[in-house]
Design a binder for this molecule. Structure first.
Ligand SMILES: [Zn+2]
Ligand SMILES: [Zn+2]
Ligand SMILES: [Zn+2]
Ligand SMILES: [Zn+2]
Length: 479
């Protein structure tokens, strides 16, 4: 289905060797290595579940690290808390130093543990070690960033070689693993279970801000699957997005440069209107009629200009707005409809209609639970928001995506409630009702098709199961 190619600018990447259809599975694999999260609270080293330092918490009989329980699947397991890891921690009495620091050293120790798990593959699994070494580390680029290089030298290299006196690995080897983790690692987990993992093939996938493939990380077993989100032609590069697709070009490019060491210049980044969605656009503070857009989206410092009155805004001013507003959004509970509504009202004056921040707030409102007693005005508003998001998604990331699946599911329910209300009050005819329902069922079918691949137990997968049950019921009801 794909081949692995290599170029000087992109490193190793995957291309399709035949046409791949939407939904078709491209990769399904287990991680090479899993590590605890970068967190200052304790996690079970076997399964990455949250634990604590209380006296009731089960402890590893060897190293005294808090673990979820004696039956944890990850104990004595090569991808969890191995015997070797246990003896390293025991010999150095690591848990004692963590407790003395009241947990403050945990994040740093978690980091060292993850790096050691990678490094020890060299002795325990030559095949995995070779696959790990094939991942990009960008040593040359990282050496030129003293803050980063010396941080790794002090926090990882010296910690392992000097403080823990583990001399099996050279400084160069440890720095390379630092790079491999920084560039290729995925965060996985939900509801208190978190981890970081590296995958042999998925980690090679190239990035595009409008990707053609979709990645699903399963927190249950840390497996990953990658499937086509739209047609991928023979010879086309298979791409995923390394960053949140609901981010502005300035922020996506900054984040990719800081975390992955490249300036993205994909089609979406190169287009000031982002495929005519105007997701980036600010409302002009001078004429308030038109959009202010970057004059050169591939230059982070380029000024922004109004398409109507040519009013100029400094890139730093735009960047400041882009930093401040999501901070506010981030403080709201996802179910807090009132705060999201207020946010939309307040910032519609400075952001374009389709701006990401407004869309993010609308996305939250679209997921609010509704019933027969929900006011019509709220349902009408929700319908409007759902359609706006779908329209933008269709242009930005055409094809299957989780966001699209969720919105289609919500739109189905909204249309159903709304048209039932309207028919009861004679606002629509029976025929109109039937037509709306037919469209709504189409949405539900597509939503089920997209969300059925989400990991078991997640909210999205539950939506797929609910959709499937409704569709089955509808089939039975039909004469
Ligand atoms: Zn556990
Ligand atoms: Zn142990
Ligand atoms: Zn891009
Ligand atoms: Zn203007």
């Amino acid at each position: 289905m794909f081949e692995i190619l290599k170029s000087d600018t992109m490193g190793r990447y995957l291309t399709a060797v035949k046409l791949i259809k939407p939904g078709e599975l491209i990769i399904n694999e287990m991680p090479l290595v899993i590590g605890p999260p970068m967190h200052n609270s304790p996690f079970c080293l076997g399964c990455n579940q949250k634990v604590d330092f209380s006296s009731e918490q089960y402890r590893c009989p060897g190293c005294r690290w808090p673990l979820c329980g004696p039956d944890c699947k990850g104990i004595n397991n090569e991808i969890g808390h191995s015997k070797q890891e246990c003896s390293i921690l025991t010999e150095r009495n690591i848990i004692n130093s963590i407790e003395k620091s009241h947990g403050n050293r945990l994040k740093a120790i978690h980091e060292v543990i993850f790096h050691l798990r990678c490094l020890y593959l060299k002795h325990s699994h030559k095949d995995k070690w070779e696959k790990l070494q094939a991942l990009e580390a960008h040593n040359d680029l990282r050496k030129d960033i003293p803050m980063l290089w010396y941080r790794n030298q002090f926090r990882i290299v010296n910690q392992i070689r000097e403080d823990w006196n583990i001399t099996d690995f050279s400084e160069e080897e440890i720095h390379t693993v630092c790079g491999i983790i920084k560039v290729n690692c995925f965060g996985v987990g939900r509801e208190g279970i978190r981890g970081r993992s590296l995958y042999p093939t998925t980690s090679l996938l190239a990035h595009d801000c409008s990707p053609n493939a979709r990645i699903i990380l399963d927190s249950n077993d840390y497996s990953v699957s990658v499937s086509a989100s739209r047609d991928i032609k023979e010879g086309e590069i298979i791409t995923i997005s390394y960053v949140d697709i609901f981010m502005s070009t300035l922020q996506r490019r900054d984040e990719l440069k800081n975390a992955k060491f490249f300036w993205c210049s994909c089609q979406r980044c190169s287009d000031p209107t982002e495929f005519d969605t105007f997701c980036n656009a600010l409302r002009c503070p001078k004429c308030s009629k038109s959009s202010v857009l970057p004059t050169d989206p591939l230059d982070q410092k380029a000024p922004w200009r109004c398409t109507n009155c040519s009013h100029i805004m400094d890139a730093d001013v735009v960047a400041a707005i882009l930093v401040l507003l999501p901070e506010e959004l981030g403080t709201f509970d996802i179910n807090d409809v009132a705060s999201h509504k207020k946010f939309i009202e307040r910032y519609s004056k400075i952001l374009g209609d389709n701006h990401y921040f407004l869309l993010s707030a609308k996305y939250a409102i679209c997921q609010a639970k509704c019933s027969n007693s929900t006011p019509t005005s709220f349902l009408e508003n929700k319908e409007k928001y759902c359609r706006e998001i779908l329209k933008v998604m269709e242009l930005l990331v055409p094809g299957q995506s989780r966001v699209k699946g969720i919105i289609m599911f919500e739109l189905y329910f909204t249309l159903m409630l709304l048209s039932a209300k309207k028919m009861q009050t004679d606002q629509i005819t029976k025929k109109e009702f039937r037509n709306t329902m037919r469209n709504a069922i189409g949405l539900l079918e597509e939503s089920e098709e997209i969300l059925r691949w989400e990991p078991e137990g997640t909210a999205s997968r539950k939506k797929a199961e609910e959709a499937k049950a409704i569709l089955l019921q509808l089939k039975c009801d039909r004469p």
